[in-house]
Design a protein. Structure first.
Lengths: 250, 245
């Protein structure tokens, strides 16, 4: 608790919250723009379409947002050269835990804001009915897990490298890879493709009638494995980060 | 002036020596080219405009979303060297005018951007040949390259200013990504030519290789933005006391 409190003290006036708000604000602007002025047909499919759009926006922006968050939290230690100093005050690894918890709280706030915005947007546009809470809750949990796995990867890189260009480029590359993978398959075993595997809605586009039909996805065994892979990545990155960071402190 | 400028550029080159910062400009276009070509090959029945179709597949996402952020990363790195430790003291007390020191940084950013653009075009040519495109390489590609490079210089100037003002390494990159995404909206609403992050994509004809754009508007807007953002950066360096960290 003390380490976590000191973590929040370290980032005081660093405007990390403001940065996250600004970047999430761009996502909101995108979602606002994407489905502006829906017609009657679009209103009928509104809630399900939202669950299709959200992972696509996330796959592009979240890897970079997570790299920015992790870099901001790790850079405090690089600039202050505080590893050895902190090691004399706390046991090795506790600093890493504090950073993980601190980042997770930010991610939780971001994910909550995303879903609250989507729901508010749906009601303000007059989508038919109500959101299907079962799917929306699952989407929220999976979105959170994907963000966490990417954050842990980025934290690992940001802590390892003094040159923050490397983790930031990894984040950008991840965003690009995720976006391109979307055109190959709607699932991926790579950490950046987690949003695709977690997407619960697929669509059918009829080129003749030019009508899009959204439907809830039925997962094949391979796709379920890809979803499970998100949690495997969380464990892998957390363990690797803890071992490497504890080693770096000593 | 000339000797001072060369000295500033050489000093910046020395600072970047053995730093693998150029690798990002090598890797991201490679990913884009690989998957773009794969997508082109898979949809060759629909994508019938040969070189032009391949060009869209290669550059659409790269130019709109990732190139501004990549340029932002490089610019952040250039200023990070000064933001770290007491380097501002040595930078600002160098026996060269501040404007020349700034030009040294801008030259480095522009140089790597040009190399990045050349790499994009080289990959385009190689992938086109490997995909078996028979028609001759489009002559307009030279115009796309020149216009794109001019647009990229605008992004360099904007990002150099942001990275100078904001000490954080990551925030200007986030702004660049957001700027690129907003560029999609701006281009879609015909404001692209007036928005710094969109000029690069319009110059490269990333969305539509057949698009006709006003070259004079592109040149005037780009040069205007370059002058404005470069002047603001030099003004900030001259007027503000930048504390060494």
């Amino acid at each position: 608790m003390i380490t976590l409190r000191s973590e929040f003290k370290k980032i005081k006036r660093k405007k990390i919250g403001l940065t996250m708000c600004a970047l999430i604000g761009v996502q909101f602007a995108w979602l606002l723009w994407a489905g502006n002025h829906p017609d009657e047909k679009e209103r009928l499919q509104g809630w399900i379409e939202m669950l299709h759009s959200l992972p696509l926006v996330s796959v592009i922006m979240m890897p970079t947002i997570m790299s920015v968050l992790a870099s901001r939290l790790a850079d405090v230690e690089h600039k202050g050269n505080t590893y050895k100093l902190l090691n004399t005050l706390r046991r090795p690894g506790s600093l890493y835990h504090a950073k993980v918890v601190c980042g997770t709280l930010f991610i939780l706030a971001i994910s909550l804001a995303q879903f609250l915005f989507v729901i508010a947007l749906g009601y303000s546009r007059g989508y038919a009915g109500h959101p299907e809470w079962k799917y929306y809750t699952t989407a929220f949990m999976l979105n959170l897990a994907c963000c966490l796995s990417l954050y842990l990867l980025q934290l690992l890189l940001s802590m390892l490298f003094f040159n923050q260009m490397i983790p930031l480029v990894a984040g950008l590359g991840g965003s690009m890879l995720g976006l391109i993978l979307m055109y190959v398959k709607m699932y991926s075993f790579l950490p950046w493709g987690g949003f695709l595997s977690a997407a619960q809605v697929n669509m059918d586009w009829n080129p003749e009638t030019r009508v899009i039909h959204f439907y809830y996805r039925e997962y094949s065994p391979v796709e379920l494995c890809a979803v499970a892979m998100i949690f495997v990545w969380i464990v892998v990155f957390y363990t690797a980060g803890r071992i490497l960071f504890a080693g770096k402190e000593a | 002036m000339n000797t001072s400028y060369i000295r500033a550029v050489k000093a910046e080159s020395l600072k970047l020596k053995r730093s693998p910062v150029w690798l990002a400009f090598f890797a991201l276009p490679l990913i884009s080219a690989f998957f773009g070509t794969m997508n082109y090959r898979l949809n060759i029945g629909v994508l019938k405009s040969e070189w032009y179709s391949l060009w869209s597949q290669h550059t659409l996402f790269l130019c709109y979303l990732f190139m501004p952020a990549l340029i932002g990363t490089y610019c952040s790195y250039l200023w990070r060297l000064e933001h770290t430790r007491h380097n501002w003291n040595s930078f600002l007390t160098a026996p060269l005018p501040v404007s020349i020191l700034y030009l040294g940084k801008l030259t480095q950013a522009v140089r790597v951007t040009i190399l990045g653009n050349l790499w994009i075009f080289l990959l385009f040519y190689i992938c086109g040949k490997l995909s078996g495109i028979q028609s001759p390489f489009p002559q307009k590609a030279l115009e796309w390259f020149l216009c794109g490079t001019l647009g990229a210089v605008v992004v360099c100037c904007v990002q150099l200013l942001l990275s100078l003002l904001i000490r954080s390494f990551a925030i200007p990159i986030g702004i660049a990504l957001a700027g690129g995404i907003l560029g999609l909206y701006m281009t879609n609403h015909d404001y692209g030519m007036h928005y710094p992050y969109s000029i690069y994509c319009l110059g490269m004809r990333a969305n539509n290789p057949n698009m006709e754009i006003s070259l004079s508007a592109l040149i005037v807007n780009s040069v205007g933005y370059i002058i404005v953002f470069a002047t603001l950066s030099v003004f900030y360096l001259r007027r503000h006391e930048i504390a060494a960290n």
